[in-house]
Every structure is written in structure tokens, then in C-alpha cells.
Design a protein around this ligand. Structure first.
Ligand SMILES: [Fe+2]
Ligand SMILES: [Fe+2]
Length: 634
């Protein structure tokens, strides 16, 4: 053995450990910052946090480039000890901290290939399972597609447990495999439940696939199957019923009658039980079924469901890193999945119009209050973020009042991603500064937006135009809450895979906005805000920003968006904010390509506007503004 060889595995293990310690130190600084009572204390922690992140970032990136990436890319041959250290790190790391699953998936994928080549079936399978079980998180990116495919392959194992048994010398390792397969099945089921529009047939298929375990009684320990089936019923079976009741209109007509019979026979008694004796999920299932199938009136269903879900216990331990799998009978589950039907019940109730609006506001207020109780730094936060994005998708169409819709979005951003909330307010402010003189002096730029053909008409609509721009800016990044942990929480450079997820956020913003009658007006602006002026660069690839009638507003937003990001000395993690002059010089060098040349020239030739934008983005003004937001929202 060459000198120093033994040191590499040790160094890899230490690297992983060190990384967690550093992340923890950042979290501590963040907590201190949030609880500071004076601006001085707050500023100190903010400055310290930024400098720590910069310092760590350089160190961590160095480590990743030296110790992880060469093995993932295949550039370096991996010795057995190194592979072991990488796996240990990736697997342990995964348990300690979910947020880095993309990096971890890359390690696992590399190891799977390595073990396959060596013919080490057991280790190969172990890594394959772990990789497959990441499918539920990264399922949107290219790596996610691979882990989804892997998860499906793992599930096929359920059909050939007899063969798999022969591959194992002892029962213990065989049972480990069985457990892995079952866990993978649970994850896949859970993942389908979380889809914005879940596929009921797939859910039933997943349940059936898992029930296949019964066929293998003869090769499994005594009582093993009964235990598995019991767990399966509690974790999956009840949820299959719940999801079918929740999406009753999607249950195939020919299955509805049989299912209705089962619900009536098995679940209707839940209604008559005293509250303390009810099975929460069965009770909720029956009420949903009764509502969607028209058995009971909307008012009756509402009166049964609303008070009941409000009293469900808060069982989620947000400090645990484990996956929240929706099999619990708790408030978080109820909030995520019954808010939408409750709002539908209100809309169908006999209440007068203003009574309905009051009820909707009341429900949303409860939800907001609940969201505020979820710790911002909770361990399983991707999980929470995705659920909350889902919740927003579910409820946004019911909020008629635009200000209320934006307020609801603010609550989510404030609790999940304060940095994005600050960014959107800053961007909105900048758009207002530009729009004001631009409408006065270049009204023709806005003819297309308003569908008018005279400067007078544009000027007389100035206020509406400004409000429209302001609200569009406030909503443009809402899609980011779905991937909050990738953005602004890293102390390392983001990977290509993560970047491919980030590139989705404009589409995700547009998807949410499209669900609301009023906010849907901002869809094109949100979709186009990362596309270059000439339409050639940026994302989404297939979206043509030049055809939009809101093009000028999108162009203004794009400029303000970059202006805020590039000058931000506090919110961005590892880049120092640049001076306004430097940023603007860059904008000028890209005018006509990245940025609208008319708007850039307009800013350049307007000293007052130039000074105003510089002032808004200055370190001092930003510091005051950030502190104000922190105080307001903490
Ligand atoms: Fe964005
Ligand atoms: Fe943005």
C-alpha cells in the first residue's frame, strides 16, 4: 500500500462530519439573528453569518472537488476503503440531514455502478435501494428520473422474492432486502399521494403490489406476513381509501358503486361514534365521500369536518429528520389534504356570498396560523416545503381577493424562505421607481400591455399599471418555495442537478398563479423573468417571452430582479454584493442581449432615477429594510 492511501477514507469521513458541523454553525447564527432585539446585535449576526458562509463555502467546495466529485465522475479509480467511506458518509449523512440528497444520490449512483462491475451483488443492491429511495425528493430533475426508474426496478423484486431468497446465504440479509423493497413501495406510494394531481389507479396498483408479500408466507418467518399486512393496511390501505374519497370524481364510474358500498358498510359508523373513539382518517374519508358523492349536503359535511380537523393532535416532530409519510393521523396531514375540500364545502354551502367569503378567510387564517408554528429550520424541510407548495396549489383558486392571495403567499414565503420574500419586495420597489418616470416619458412602450393607442390613455392608467407591475413582482418567485432548501441555504456551490431544479421555479410560479383568477394575469411575467431580452438564453427553453403582450413589464422585472440579486450584500450566500455602478455597467454591456436596451438607456440618462435605484440597493438602505422585515415577521 502506498503511503497516504489509508488517509483518504479517513479524510472523506471527516469531510462529511465537518460539513454538518459547519451547517450547524450557520443555523446557530441564523437563530441568534432571528432572536436579536437590537439592530446592532442583528447586524453583527448577519455580518458574521455572511462571513462564515463565505469562509465555509470556499473550504467545502475545495473538499467536494478534491474528495467527492473525482469519484462520482469516474475520474478517479475508487479503492474499496474509499468506496466504503463514501457510502458511509452518504448514508449517514442522509439520515442526519436530508437536504443534500442530490449530492448524496450522485455518490450512491456511482457506487451502484462500481459494485455491479465488481459483482458484489449485496452492496450493489444496498446502494441501489438507497438511491431508489431518494426518488421521492429529487423526482423533478434528471437524477430524479433515474432514481424513479430505479425504484420501479426495486419494486419488481416483490414478484421474485423466491429467487432473491436463493441469492442470500442467511435469512437476516434476505429480510433486509425484503424490508428495503417494502420501504421503497411505501415511498413510491407516498410520492404519488403528494402529486398535485395524483393517479388513483397507480395508488391502487402500488397497494396491490405490496400485498403480494402474502404469497411468500412459506419463505418468511412465522407471523412476518401478518405484521407486514397490518402495517400495510395502516400506512397504505387507509390512505388509498382516503385518496379515493378525496378525488371521487376521478374514481372510474364502474368502480364507484362497489367502493361506495364499502364506504357505507365500513365507514359510515364513524359518524355516530363519540369524537374520542373515531379513527380520524376513516372519519375524514367518510365525510369526504359523503360530500363528493352527494350523500350529505355541503353544510352538513362542513360542520362535521371543520371542527373535527381543528382538534386533531399535533403529532409531527419537526426536529426529527425522518420523512413525513402522510400515514399519521395528525393536523399536518389534515391541513395539507382537507383544506381544499373544506373550501369547496364552503363554496357549495347555503351561506350568503359575504358569509362564504368570511368563512374562507377564517379557514385561511387558521392555516396561516398553523404554518407559522412550523419551525423554519425544521429537519425535514424539503418535505414540508413541497407539502406547503402543494397546499398553496390547492387553495389559491379559492381566494378571490388579490391582496389576500398575496398575503397568503407572503405567509408561506416568510415562514419557508424569508430571503425570497425580501427579494420580491425589493424587486417590486425597484420596478416602481423605474415605472413612474418611464410611463410619463415613454408611454408608447406600454400601448401593447394596455391595448391602447394613445399616450393619454397610458398616462391615465398609470396607477393601475404600477399596481399590476408591483403585484407581478411580488409573485414572480413563488415557485421557489418548492425547492427552498436548495436556494440560499447551501454552503457549497450548487450542483448541475440542483441547478436543473432551480431552473424550474419560473414554471412552478406560473403554475400556482394560473390557478387563481386574478393572479393568472401575472403568469407570463413569472414565466419570462429568467429569459433573456433576445429570447435566446435563460429558461424555460421553450417559452417565447417576445410574444407576450406583457413583454415590457417582464423586461423591467428582469432588470430589477438582477439588480437586486447582484447588489445584495446580505441575502445571497457566498457572493459579496457588487456596487450599483459595477452592476449597471454589466447591464449596459448586455443590453439588447440580456436586457431591454430602451429601459437600460432610460435609466442611464436619468440621473435622478439612477441615483434612486442606487439608493434603494445601497448597503445602508438594505440593512434598514432587512431589519424592518425581520422584526415584522419573526
Ligand atoms: Fe426567479
Ligand atoms: Fe427573482
Amino acid at each position: 500500500m502506498k503511503k497516504g492511501d489509508k488517509g483518504v477514507p479517513q479524510a472523506i469521513a471527516e469531510f462529511y462530519k465537518d460539513y454538518l458541523v459547519r451547517m450547524n454553525a450557520i443555523d446557530v447564527e441564523e437563530q441568534e439573528l432571528l432572536s436579536s432585539n437590537t439592530k446592532k446585535g442583528w447586524t453583527q449576526h448577519l455580518v458574521r453569518k455572511s462571513s462564515l458562509i463565505r469562509e465555509y463555502h470556499a473550504e467545502v467546495d475545495k473538499g467536494i472537488h478534491a474528495m467527492i466529485l473525482p469519484y462520482i465522475s469516474g475520474e478517479k479509480e475508487t479503492s474499496d476503503e474509499e468506496a466504503e467511506a463514501l457510502k458511509e458518509g452518504a448514508l449517514r449523512y442522509f439520515q442526519d440531514s436530508l437536504f443534500d440528497e442530490v449530492m448524496e444520490s450522485s455518490v450512491l449512483r456511482m457506487l451502484t455502478g462500481r459494485y455491479a462491475k465488481k459483482g458484489d451483488r449485496f452492496e450493489e443492491r444496498k446502494c441501489r435501494f438507497a438511491f431508489a429511495n431518494n426518488a421521492y425528493l429529487s423526482a423533478e430533475g434528471p437524477l430524479g428520473e433515474q432514481s424513479m426508474a430505479e425504484a420501479e426496478r426495486v419494486m419488481e423484486g416483490m414478484n421474485r422474492l423466491r429467487e432473491i431468497r436463493k441469492e442470500h446465504a442467511d435469512e437476516e440479509t434476505f429480510l433486509q432486502d425484503v424490508r428495503f423493497i417494502i420501504e421503497t413501495g411505501y415511498r413510491l406510494f407516498d410520492r404519488e399521494c403528494r402529486q398535485l394531481e395524483p393517479d388513483l389507479t397507480k395508488l391502487v396498483r402500488r397497494y396491490n403490489a405490496l400485498s403480494n408479500i402474502e404469497q411468500y408466507r412459506d419463505i418468511l418467518p412465522k407471523d412476518y406476513c401478518d405484521e407486514c399486512m397490518r402495517e400495510l393496511r395502516d400506512k397504505v390501505g387507509i390512505n388509498v381509501m382516503f385518496m379515493q374519497a378525496l378525488h371521487w370524481d376521478k374514481v372510474p364510474k364502474k368502480r364507484q358503486a362497489a367502493l361506495a358500498e364499502v364506504f357505507e358498510r365500513e365507514l359510515s359508523k364513524e359518524i355516530d361514534l363519540p369524537e374520542s373513539e373515531r379513527n380520524p382518517k376513516l372519519f375524514m374519508t367518510y365525510v369526504l365521500f359523503a360530500f363528493y358523492s352527494g350523500r350529505f349536503s355541503a353544510d352538513e359535511c362542513f360542520n362535521l369536518l371543520y371542527p373535527y380537523t381543528k382538534t386533531l393532535p399535533e403529532k409531527v416532530d419537526f426536529s426529527r429528520t425522518s420523512w413525513y409519510d402522510f400515514s399519521g393521523n395528525d393536523r399536518f396531514f389534515a391541513i395539507c389534504l382537507t383544506t381544499r375540500p373544506l373550501l369547496q364545502m364552503v363554496m357549495k354551502s347555503r351561506l350568503p356570498k359575504d358569509g362564504k367569503q368570511r368563512k374562507v378567510a377564517e379557514i385561511l387564517y387558521d392555516v396561516k396560523k398553523y404554518i407559522e408554528t412550523i419551525p423554519r429550520e425544521c429537519a425535514c424541510r424539503e418535505n414540508m416545503d413541497y407539502c406547503l407548495y402543494h397546499l398553496l396549489y390547492d387553495v389559491i383558486e379559492f381566494i378571490d381577493d388579490e391582496a389576500m392571495a398575496i398575503e397568503f403567499i407572503d405567509t408561506l414565503m416568510m415562514n419557508r424562505q424569508l430571503a425570497t420574500l425580501i427579494h420580491t419586495i425589493m424587486t417590486a420597489k425597484l420596478t416602481q421607481a423605474i415605472l413612474d418616470p418611464l410611463v410619463d416619458e415613454r408611454p408608447e412602450l406600454f400601448y401593447r400591455v394596455l391595448g391602447v393607442s394613445s399616450s393619454e390613455e397610458v398616462r391615465s392608467n398609470k396607477e393601475d399599471l404600477a399596481l399590476f407591475m408591483y403585484n407581478a413582482a411580488r409573485c414572480h418567485d413563488i415557485g421557489k418555495i418548492r425547492i427552498a432548501t436548495i436556494i440560499n441555504t447551501q454552503i457549497r456551490s450548487i450542483s448541475d442537478t440542483e441547478f436543473s431544479l432551480i431552473r424550474k421555479h419560473s414554471e412552478w410560479s406560473a403554475l400556482i398563479l394560473s390557478k387563481n383568477k386574478k393572479l393568472s394575469a401575472y403568469c407570463e411575467i413569472a414565466l419570462g423573468h429568467h429569459k433573456s431580452y433576445d429570447g435566446k438564453k435563460g429558461y424555460p427553453d421553450e417559452y417565447d417571452n417576445r410574444a407576450s403582450k406583457y413583454r415590457i413589464l417582464t423586461d423591467i422585472l428582469t432588470i430589477c430582479d438582477s439588480m437586486d440579486a447582484a447588489t445584495d450584500a446580505y441575502g445571497r450566500n457566498y457572493t459579496r454584493g457588487k456596487t450599483f455602478e459595477k452592476v449597471f455597467a454589466e447591464f449596459e454591456s448586455l443590453k439588447g442581449l440580456q436586457y431591454n436596451p430602451e429601459v437600460i438607456d432610460f435609466i442611464r440618462t436619468h440621473d435622478e432615477l439612477f441615483a434612486q435605484l442606487k439608493e434603494i440597493t445601497s448597503k445602508e438602505a438594505r440593512g434598514d429594510f432587512y431589519y424592518h422585515i425581520y422584526r415584522k415577521y419573526r
